[in-house]
Structures are given as C-alpha cells and as structure tokens.
Write a protein that binds this ligand. Structure first.
Ligand code: ATP
Ligand code: MN
Length: 315
C-alpha cells in the first residue's frame, strides 16, 4: 500500500549526544552556533516574549530532550509548527518537506484520496535540531512508524474540557478513562498537553490496521459518553460540550497527528507536552510544565519507562 523512500542513516551514539550538548552549552559566537553539521542562525532571536526564551534556548532544550523524545518522534511521519517571528507572530503547520537536511527523510505515501503525497520524518538528533534552525517549535506525529505504516502502535485520547471547566472535573475525566482502560487490562500513560487538557496514551504492539484501531478508540469514547452522559461527549462539536469534556478519539485515524511527548507548545510561557506519572495527576496542571521545569525533569526517572515494554495488542 505504501511506497517508502528510505535513506539509511547510522545510529547516533552517546558520544555524539555529549558532543552536541557541549556545543549547545557554549555561548553563541558571531551570532550563530554550529551543532555538528547544523548551524543555528540568529540564536538570540526571542521566540517567547514573556519568558524570554530565545532560539538558542529552544535548541538547547531539544538537544537535552532528544534522548527521551526521539523514541516517540523518530521514524514517525511528522508535521511541525513553525514560528519564524516567535509565537506571538504568525505560526504555520507544515506537513511537507521544503529543505533537505541530514537526519530528515522524505516519504511518499498514498493519502486518503488514493494520491501519492510526500511527508517527512525525523531520524535522529540532527533532524530535530535542524527543525529548530527552521524555527520549529512544535512536533506532531502519526500513530504509526514508517517501518509499519499501516499498523498503528500509539493510541491517544485527548481530553478537551469546555471553556473554564474546573480542573477537578478534568482530572476526574482522566481517572474515569484510565479505569476503563484498566478494566480492559490496557496499560496507559499520561502527559500534559501544555494547553488545556491531558493526553492519555496507550502503546500497542502493531497488529491491526487503521480502521480497527480508530473504531476501538471511538468505542472507548462512546463508552465514556454512555456511562456518564452529563460529563463526557464523543462528539467534536462545541455545542455538545457545554460543561462537558470531549474525549477526542479522532486523532487515531490514518493521517491524523498529535503533539509528541516532550514537544514545546506555541502557547505563552513555553509550555511542554510532558510525560508525567499517574501519581502526579492531582498535582500537575495541563499547562504546568514549561521548558525550565521540563529540563529539570529530564534527569529524574522516566515516568514512561515501560512505554515500549508493554506487549498489549488489539485483535
Ligand atoms: P489542548 O490541551 O489545549 O487542547 P492539544 O494539543 O490537545 O492542546 P491542539 O494543539 O489544538 O490541542 O491540537 C489540535 C490537533 O490538531 C492536534 O492533534 C494536531 O496534531 C492537529 N493540528 C494542529 N494544527 C493543525 C493544522 N493546521 N492542520 C491539521 N492538523 C492540525
Ligand atoms: Mn486537547
């Protein structure tokens, strides 16, 4: 079904990560900084006004987060949000590649209309840092890997509360969803969205196609709606969301994307979509982690350490 143009790139070692981190902790010289083969120009450009986060700070953040982030980003079709004039300026969502770089590959696949469309994916830290050079702030990925494009392995439920909803209700929603998944013996993981809600993420061994995967996610959302019709809706329409949470399952279709774990958001304050432990649900708000908090968390135990060790399957 899919045609893959795949360039082979050697795996990067810890030594390369260390080298890149050494580059990035040096102050910029001559208004640019070289990261391996990637040059970061305008390192002092301010991307987040209020928190004074500069382009070089973003490059440093992603270089530090790369080890944790790449397992969720690498070899997945990616769309990015770029903000050449900072997040207060015009930002755009980019699905296609315009500049070839080391660490980024193009892939031609059939889209939903049966036409060939070119997408791209990041292969390693160079691709990640190159995107920062291109003023990318956010990374959004598909739920499958390019090696197995038609069998998704990451399911996401995005809890979208109605405007101004009490955080306690949002947290209850996350707990209710987790309980349903627990009852199905499915291990799930939690992250902040960096915005208004939480994302509940379920890893799978790839086994079923997109249609079954999508339908399964939909059924979970429908079940929430049926069990607690005053709390949840499975319908995207805002009119159905009055005082409720939309349990968004629609991101689990072929071609849909969700913000990747560890991605910075274009929201004020340089917030991060950060993996957190279930215990932290009652303490950490959806926008409670910014780049600075995230950097501190990177040296702590990984709350998602078993993510790729689960063997759960749909059939
Ligand atoms: P919040 O908690 O504030 O709802 P979120 O990450 O859940 O944060 P959005 O940032 O609004 O919500 O994400 C919207 C969804 O649509 C994501 O799945 C994203 O990948 C996708 N998306 C965002 N922008 C575009 C776009 N321009 N075109 C297509 N899809 C997009
Ligand atoms: Mn959301």
């Amino acid at each position: 079904m899919s045609q893959i143009q795949n360039k082979k790139v050697p795996n990067l070692t810890a030594a390369i990560y260390n080298k890149i981190n050494r580059f990035l902790t040096k102050p910029p010289i001559d208004n640019e900084i070289q990261v391996g083969k990637i040059r970061i120009t305008n390192p002092n450009k301010v991307l987040f006004d209020l928190s004074n986060v500069k382009k070089i700070d973003l490059a440093r953040y992603y270089a530090a987060a790369a080890k944790c982030m790449l397992p969720y980003l690498k070899n997945r079709i990616t769309s990015v949000v770029r903000c050449p004039d900072g997040v207060e300026g015009e930002c755009f969502f980019k699905k296609h590649l315009s500049t070839i770089s080391e660490g980024i590959s193009e892939i031609n696949i059939l889209n939903g209309d049966g036409e060939l469309e070119d997408y791209f994916y990041i292969e390693n830290i160079y691709g990640l840092i190159f995107e920062v050079q291109m003023n990318t702030v956010e990374f959004h990925t598909w739920g499958s890997r390019i090696e197995n494009l038609e069998q998704p392995d990451i399911m996401v439920f995005d809890l979208d509360p109605d405007e101004g909803m009490d955080i306690k209700k949002v947290r209850q929603g996350v707990r209710d969803l987790k309980k349903i998944l627990d009852n199905l013996s499915l291990t799930s993981f939690l992250k902040t969205s960096g915005g208004k809600g939480y994302h509940v993420v379920v890893p799978f061994v790839p086994s079923v196609g997109w249609d079954k995967f999508y339908q399964f996610a939909k059924n979970i959302s429908l079940l929430m709606e049926q069990k607690w019709p005053d709390r949840y809706t499975s319908n995207v329409r805002k009119i159905n969301r009055k005082n409720k949470i939309f349990v968004d399952w629609e991101r689990n279709g072929r071609g849909a994307t969700t913000v990747a774990p560890y991605s910075v958001r274009t929201r004020t304050g340089a917030k991060v979509s950060m993996p957190i432990s279930w215990k932290e649900l009652s303490k950490v708000t959806p926008s409670g982690i910014d780049i600075k908090n995230a950097l501190r968390r990177l040296s702590k135990p990984d709350p998602w350490q078993n993510f790729f060790h689960t063997t759960q399957k749909l059939n």
